[in-house]
Design a binder for this molecule. Structure first.
Ligand code: GAF
Length: 405
């Protein structure tokens, strides 16, 4: 998420057990159930989602778990192991109703992390659902503010819980839009559809090839083990610098460029027409923004083609090219992530790129299974040399999306 503060995940048992323990401690009884949603990494396709383009994320085994039970009336209470205070709100506290495509007309009373929960209740009600009152307890292994979609994980786990507790008729494939609505209109972050789609629709062992215009998905087998490879997530631990404003301004530039070029979205610019299209734009910065989006969409398609053909190893250069495009054309990287990419490549990674919205966050490095430690050590050493705070690192593989436990 773009607004979440950076905290370290607490220790003390498996995340599902911590959610149950938190529920019992707060509400004095067992939950009716537990619902989990993962963090995500995006293999490739950055800042393409809000341009109606393509993305290729996969879910992580790091998860957020919500233990929950219904309660009578239109009241919701949520506590979290990451927050000292529980949040309670009623239907009257939610604010709204929203204008179509706009902000709630009366701002909700719930702010901070609780807004992700209230936003889901609000979006369900706006869509006409009778949302059951509920008590919820949150535990999470998804690090906050690292660009691994901790906010989408929270939204998706809460949404799954409320849908089940209320017996609501909201099929899985329609849940991402609703969670995105919570984030866009209630929390107020102008994000695309990727993160909510990833955490809800991903499958174990697969990357999710998503067409963000149609929401059509294809689950692409993504078997690192079979190829003798590993994927390392390096957490740059760089503080997000002006991420909210920069994200919004990138989005605005893209939408402005599409208007100037007379297309509904930058997705509609074919790669082989790029050079021509660029001549129709007024300034170098806009040209570089457009070039990133168009070439990035093509890199997603090229990556999907390689994965379909079982040629995982050959994906590396596409990842590295994506990083260069984010660094030079879209200008969303920071020195910490650039250094992580350079150090990983110098230590033998087959490819590396920043993943997520940018201005900090995590780097993905595709490495030989045998060189995970060597690459991680090389990045740590490069950070020490530059005087950066020590990075985190963890090997990951494609995990399942949101589910009831
Ligand atoms: C953030 C947003 F939430 C996504 O919608 C997407 O735009 C991403 O940045 C960049 O690809 O995660």
């Amino acid at each position: 998420g773009h607004t979440a503060p950076t905290v370290t995940a607490p220790a003390g048992g498996a995340v599902a057990d911590r959610a149950t323990a938190g529920f019992r401690q707060r509400y004095g009884g067992p939950p009716a159930g537990r619902w989990a949603a993962p963090g995500r990494a995006n293999l490739i396709g950055e800042h393409t989602d809000y341009n109606d383009g393509y993305v290729l994320p996969f879910a992580l085994s790091l998860r957020t778990v919500v233990a929950a039970a219904g309660q009578p009336g239109e009241e919701w209470t949520v506590c979290s192991e990451l927050a000292d205070e529980a949040v309670t709100f009623t239907a009257a506290d939610l604010g709204g109703p929203a204008e179509v495509g706009g902000q709630p007309t009366a701002p909700g009373r719930v702010t901070g992390w609780g807004a992700y929960v209230a936003g889901v209740v609000w979006a369900l009600r706006e869509a006409g659902y009778a949302v059951p009152g509920a008590r919820l307890a949150v535990a999470s292994d998804v690090p906050l503010g690292s660009g691994l979609s901790s906010s989408a994980a929270l939204e998706a786990a809460v949404l799954a819980a409320l849908v089940d507790l209320g017996g609501l008729d909201l099929p899985t494939e329609r849940q991402p839009r609703l969670a995105q609505r919570a984030e866009n209109a209630y929390v107020g972050a102008p994000t695309g559809i990727m993160d909510q789609s990833a955490v809800i629709r991903c499958r174990e062992g697969h990357a999710l090839f998503l067409d963000c215009r149609t929401e059509a998905v294809e689950h692409i087998p993504f078997d690192l083990d079979a190829a003798g490879l590993a994927m390392l997530v390096v957490d740059s631990r760089a503080p997000h610098r002006h991420a909210d404003g920069e994200y919004a301004s990138r989005r605005a530039s893209c939408e402005q460029a599409a208007r100037l070029l007379g297309v509904p979205a930058l997705r509609d610019l074919p790669t082989d027409g790029l050079a021509d299209a660029l001549t129709g734009l007024p300034d170098d910065e806009t040209r570089r923004r457009v070039r990133h989006v168009v070439t990035e969409n093509q890199r997603v398609l090229d990556t999907v083609a390689l994965l379909r053909a079982g040629r995982v190893r050959e994906v590396g250069p596409l990842l590295t090219a994506s990083h260069a495009s984010m660094r030079d054309d879209f200008e969303i990287t920071v020195p910490e992530v650039d250094v992580a990419v350079e150090a990983a490549l110098a230590a033998g990674a087959l490819g590396a790129r920043m993943t997520g919205g940018g201005f900090g966050g995590c780097v993905l490095a595709l490495v030989e299974a045998s060189s995970v430690d060597a690459v991680a050590d090389a990045v740590t050493a490069a950070y020490a040399e530059r005087g950066f705070a020590a990075p985190g690192h963890v090997p990951v593989s494609p995990a399942p999306g949101a589910t009831r436990l």
